[in-house]
Design a protein around this ligand. Sequence first.
Ligand SMILES: [Cu+2]
Length: 644
Amino acid sequence: MVLLVTLGIIAMAVCQAAAKTHTFFYETKWITANPDGVKERRVISFNGSWPLPTIEVNKGDSVQLHLINGLDVSTSLHFHGLLQNGSNHMDGPVAVTQCPIPPGESFLYEFTVDQVGTYWYHSHSGSQYSDGLRGLFIVHDKEVESNYKFDKELVFSLSDWYHDSSEVLVQKQLSLYNPTGAEPIPQNTLINDTKNITFEVEPDTTYLIRIANIGIMSSQYLFFEDHDIDIIEVDGVYLHPARASMIYLAVGQRMSVLLKTKSSASRNFGIVHALDISMLDALPADLQYVSVNQLVYDKSLPDATLKKEWLDIDSYSPFDDFELRPLDDEPLLPDPDHRIEVVLHMENLGDGVNYAFFNNYTYVAPKVPTLLTALTAPKEYVSNARIYGSNTNSFVLNYGDVVELVVNNEDDNKHPFHLHGHQFQTIVRSDQYDDPHHYDPDAETDLPEIPVRRDTMIVEGNGHMVLRFEAKNPGIWFFHCHLDFHLEQGLALTLIEAPLELQEQFASKELPEYFLHACKASETPYKGNAAANTKHWLDLTGENVQPPPLPDGFTFKGYVALAACTVVALYGLKCIYSYGMGDLNKSENVAADERRMIRKLMLKLNEEQREMLSSSTSTVKKREEMRQMIEELEELDKRFRELE
Ligand SMILES: [Cu+2]
């Protein structure tokens, strides 16, 4: 009997140490939720529940996540930060590594986790994750965690929150009526997918707090009133602890911090998170950009209240992540074998929509997902960037090369860039400038000896950023702005990393049948070059490309700058409207040139209306008029388009 019990205990211990397989069956379904307590809206649930669960596994475990698409739109899932070494086809971005999963179909995400730390999962199908299809993914490892002393664990997700669905938001963003590419402004912020949370803490206790920004657009600041913290992990990279009073997380970024509570307290303290309002094109009067939650020592003590100085975001000084050092002290990689330099700018194309570009190309999804092009290409073509399309910004990397990626930002805004498949070394991040400042590798002498590694990094407005990594993870890896409206505007490039080795990896294992079934069910071609040509690999006839440019000498921003005052504009609109509508039915009477003129003017007017609408001083009546005018302009343009 004693022996049996002993054997039983040993068996249990072995079981606990052995790697586990975690199996999940999640059906995506629309439900309604009201996380900010202001407006009920549609969100994407798993099996009818939202917020979505935090998935927790141990290093070495396997995940089998069956995703059943119960939505009326297609979907996909990306595990942000997981390197998917050997499982590139499980990475999730539609048109990059997989076909969309259409309504009614299912897909299995199956991989082994060989990393530790704080990650998250989200839809990688358009901007769909702003509809709530996102959650945290945490990987534990006793050995790594034993480097730090803590008693308890907490998890915070931060996000911006919109009352409109992702479909509406993207329509607004990619509109002729949004010529400057102004991003939709969130209505609220959430913490753990709700507002006003309360954490009851014990005195003299150290909490490990994992924090992830799972928003769609805005960076956030976070601090604990009157408490310092030690940062110990950033994007899955464990660190020498760094003392901080405030942190800053762009969308996609994560940190773990240690917070030691006081021995005694005479009140409760604020857990304060605030939007980086410099990223917003306007600040609506009703947007609560600073939120105070409660760190509760004792419920009978007074709660923290909002302090006036917390509203002064300009005075915030968060910890600079370039000061962080990885625990493994991995030194700076040697000078690169392959440097990729891209220039980022935003501009309108001939359809009037504002797009984002790398080296004058805006990302347009290829007809065939890039991974499937790589896996079906003959060896003689697989390393030729051309087959991956002329609008996918594809770069082919050789196995083992040290790759340096330089982004020179010629846009005024900052952008959080995420690279799939790597934790890269962050080498240079310039300040923000009024005019573009490109990276000059010869002038830069002060590279960090032990750079921090991340998977998501900010480039400042008109500044530059430089990252390095070793090309040892064969795969198709997307590099894109995680401000998802910018991704919709085409701010992405594709790394074709070690394609020959990638083909070898997959030579020994077939793509699962359900993987190709998603392609068939969504009518996505799954063989051939970016144009789905399987015979002539260099012939891209029929591929997806960007719209043509604007006519010469025409710039929207210049045009808008010439905008007349509102009164004139309103008067002008009336003339145009009656003229335009009156003649439209006899379309031949309206010369193409005149139509173009009218469209230009409409754009200018619409721009003005939108600017006025976003200013908080307008009266309700005035705002209603403006809205109406925007609608009328949209109707007019629709009719113009029907003529063309
Ligand atoms: Cu961006």
